[in-house]
Design a protein around this ligand. Structure first.
Ligand code: MN
Length: 243
């Protein structure tokens, strides 16, 4: 069986053209040979609305080429690109997934998340997340002009970076998932395998839920290395893409 690929946290941004090229090359070389490709959020460092990006954006074109070649591409929104919408899906041919989404892989149910929902110790962040995921807030934001949206996004970034500096000490703890929330979420969905990104701490964690073995696979980021999880014939392999 062909491999199924899971990636997240590319944080693609015009300031890092090398990363954009690496990602496009990855889609063409590896994505094209996959059974399915799952992109689990924060593909883009910022996304202020589908209408703010030209349809011939090289990343969107590469995703379109991949889906046109017959490889299903699934996209979950992250906390950076939570405004990815229907026009993006139409342009790329990708299917947008809710967070969380459960999929079947060779008979096993696997829960997919971006990962920020698991960081429940960061109460202030969860409040912000609830606000910007409210359809009314999103409609209001998207109704603004693109320059206005850019300005608001810039303000939000500088507020969040000063908050991160403030929290520098405790941030390490806060930025990781809350273990009890992981267990509660997996139990609620009746799964024993979870795949997510967001924390930039690639690892495969083995633990138990109600006496049964459970696994949480964390995807890494693409700042310094391309992190990709390859599933094939029952095996999960967390790999690094060669630049
Ligand atoms: Mn994230």
């Amino acid at each position: 069986m062909k491999p199924t690929l899971f990636l997240s946290d590319m944080h693609l941004d015009p300031s890092r053209p090398d990363m954009i090229q690496l990602f496009i090359r990855f889609l063409m070389e590896h994505g094209s040979r996959a059974r399915e490709v799952y992109l689990l959020g924060d593909i883009f460092e910022a996304w202020i609305g589908d209408d703010a990006v030209p349809a011939d954006h090289p990343v969107l074109k590469a995703m379109r080429q991949l889906s046109d070649s017959g490889v299903p591409v699934f996209v979950m929104r992250g906390n950076r690109d939570f405004l990815l919408g229907d026009a993006f899906a139409e342009t790329t041919g990708a299917t947008l997934l809710d967070d969380p989404t459960a999929i079947e892989l060779d008979g096993e149910t696997v829960l997919l998340m971006h990962g920020d929902l698991l960081c429940t110790d960061d109460v202030e962040y969860q409040q912000f997340r609830a606000m910007v995921n409210d359809p009314r807030w999103q409609a209001g934001f998207l109704a603004k002009s693109i320059p206005e949206r850019l300005e608001l996004a810039k303000q939000a970034r500088s507020e969040s970076s000063s908050r991160n500096t403030q929290l520098a000490g405790e941030r390490q703890e806060i930025m990781d998932v809350t273990p009890q929330t992981v267990i509660d979420t997996m139990r609620a969905h009746g799964v024993r395998r979870l795949i997510h990104g967001h924390t930039h701490r690639p690892d495969i964690h083995h633990f138990e839920i109600d006496g049964e073995p459970a696994v949480r696979i964390v995807l890494g980021d693409w700042f310094d290395q391309g992190s990709v999880l390859v599933y094939q014939d029952g095996d999960y392999d967390l790999q690094t893409v060669d630049g």
